[in-house]
Every structure is written in structure tokens, then in C-alpha cells.
Design a binder for this molecule. Sequence first.
Ligand SMILES: C[S@@+](CC[C@H](N)C(=O)[O-])C[C@H]1O[C@@H](n2cnc3c(N)ncnc32)[C@H](O)[C@@H]1O
Length: 336
Amino acid sequence: MEMPAFLHLFLFFHIIKLVKEKKLAHNTLKQAKINKKDEFYTQLSDIEKELKHYKAHFKGKTVLCNCDDPRVSNFFKYFALNFKHLGLKKIITTCYKNQDVDLFSENNSEKAVWIEYEGNPNDDTNTDFSTIKVNKLKGDGDFRSKECIELLKQADVVVTNPPFSLFREYVAQLIEYDKKFLIIGNQNAITYKEIFPLIRNNKLWLGFTGGNMKFTVPSYYPEMKTRFWVDENGQKWRSMGNTYWFTNLDHSKRHEDLILYKKYTPEEYPKYDNYDAINVDKVSDIPMDYCECIGVPISFLDKYNPEQFEIVRFRKGDDGKDLVYTREREFCHTSA
Ligand SMILES: C[S@@+](CC[C@H](N)C(=O)[O-])C[C@H]1O[C@@H](n2cnc3c(N)ncnc32)[C@H](O)[C@@H]1O
């Protein structure tokens, strides 16, 4: 039986509408993904620059990279290439795969996968990964999922650049499972009410390097006026001026004294109206001979040596100025 013409028309419009709706949903999901700013891929050179300060922490250890597609992650690449050099026991890598078909990452992982690598005795150069078995995860590879937590339990040290939108939860989980970690995050995370107490209580601190870092981003990320470029291969890049490593692995910079040279005068260092502390705008201007509370910008944490200073409090500034209140340990002890 032939279909009436108006039904053809109706079906045609209906199909167009469905396609449009699907496209809209796809775009909305894509936009949501862009807004989260989670797809920033770390460069091998940035990983190398930081990791060279921690060699002693990795001997005989199992490392987990749990936000990393092992087929493309530079974190996996770094640990696999340096497997012998670091004396690793094992690398476990798991990758997240959003189960929405329209949101396939550009890494083309159709399923969340994981691998474990225990070195290759037949490959002295550690460059042949072809024998590594890629296993499928049952779920989407969310670091909070049961199967990923089971892998987390096996790990001694977790090293990755986790999704920034889930940074609080990510760190909370590492603390809950009492893991050593070295992860990338945005400087703003210092001000989170879940993160700052960890810094004050010396359970987390900034790593060795940081500040400016560049990342590759997916092609669907929008162009930006600043801190954005496309390379000769068409690869999009973004750079961030406030990216730091967050860790609970000890490193030598954390024990270096900040050299202070300025002398305190009440004229140069006025007190706040609402807090009993003097204001210091630049970390290098902290007076060497002041024993009470000092308000410093949060960039101070990049220079923080817990043997030299004590962190007293953190203030989230409603004037856009976030401060750490700190006190000098050495001077206060010797002058007491
Ligand atoms: C900042 S990117 C870094 C990727 C990779 N670690 C690197 O440094 O190149 C964070 C990655 O975490 C993934 N991700 C997002 N939500 C996740 C989750 N709930 N569990 C695990 N990974 C997740 C994102 O898809 C993204 O690829």
C-alpha cells in the first residue's frame, strides 16, 4: 500500500527534527564537556621536568595512572620508558570512557581500558610495548568506580593529571585510601576548603616545578584569543599560567629556605584592619625579623618550607585577594 504524500512529509519533518534534536543534544554534551575543561593532555617534557626530583620514591613501587588512556598517555609513556631507571615493580593505567557514544574522546577509545606493565625482560630499551595486553574494564573507568578502586588499592603511588572538574573528589579519594601521589592541578585548588587544610597540616604540598604549562586539547575545543594556538599538524594547544603539581612525596625544594633580606618597619608593613597580621604583597618582601602573623599571596606556597614557616590560616579574599597567613619559625624561636 502506498503511503499518503502528507505522511511522507510528516516523516521527513520528523526525521529532520530527530536529527536536529540529536545534534543539539550532542552539541550540548560537547559544550558541557568543554566547560568542564577536563581534556588537557600533559606533555612528556613537563612530566620529565617534575619527575626527575622523585626518583627515590619509586624504587620497587607500583604506579597507578588512573585518568590515562595507556595508548596515548605521556604519563604511561614516561613510566614505561623509565621502568628500569626508576626500578619500578609495576605500572597500572586505566582510562575513562564516557559511555555516551557521542562523546567518544578523540583518543578513539570505544571502551574504558586498563593495562598492567611489569617491564619487558626481552627489551632492554623499554620501548617495545606491543606485547602489552589491553584489558577492557566492565564500567566506564571512572576513578571512583569499584573496579578502579580495586586497582587503586594495589598502587603505592598515583601519578597523573586528573580531571580538574573533579579535583576535590579525586584528592579526597587519594587521602581516604592513604596513597602517595603526584598530580597536576590548578593553582585555584589551593583555595578550596577541602584542599587548604591538607596543605596547612602538611598532608599535601606543591611540587617542584609549575606555573606555566602547555597542553594539547581536542579539536572540538574552541579557539581562544590568548594562550591558544594550532601547530603545523593542526593540533590545538592551550597554555595555563597557574598549573602546579600537588603531592605528598617529599622533595628537596620543600626544605630550601627562602632567603629574606628585608627588615620590618611598621610604616612599610601595615597591619590589616580585620586581622592581626602585617600585609606583604610580594613573597620576597617578607621581613626577616618579624615574629607574628604575616599575610602573603598564595603564590607563597610555591616557596613554602615547613621548617622555616608555619601556616596559620587561609583567607579567601572577597576582594579577589587570597591570602595565606604564615609565621616564621626560625626567627620566632631564636628571638623568643
Ligand atoms: C586533564 S585530562 C589529562 C589526561 C591525561 N591524564 C594527561 O595528563 O594527558 C583528565 C582526563 O581525565 C578523564 N576523566 C574525566 N572524568 C573522569 C573520571 N571520572 N574518572 C577518570 N578519568 C576521568 C578525562 O576524560 C581526561 O582525559
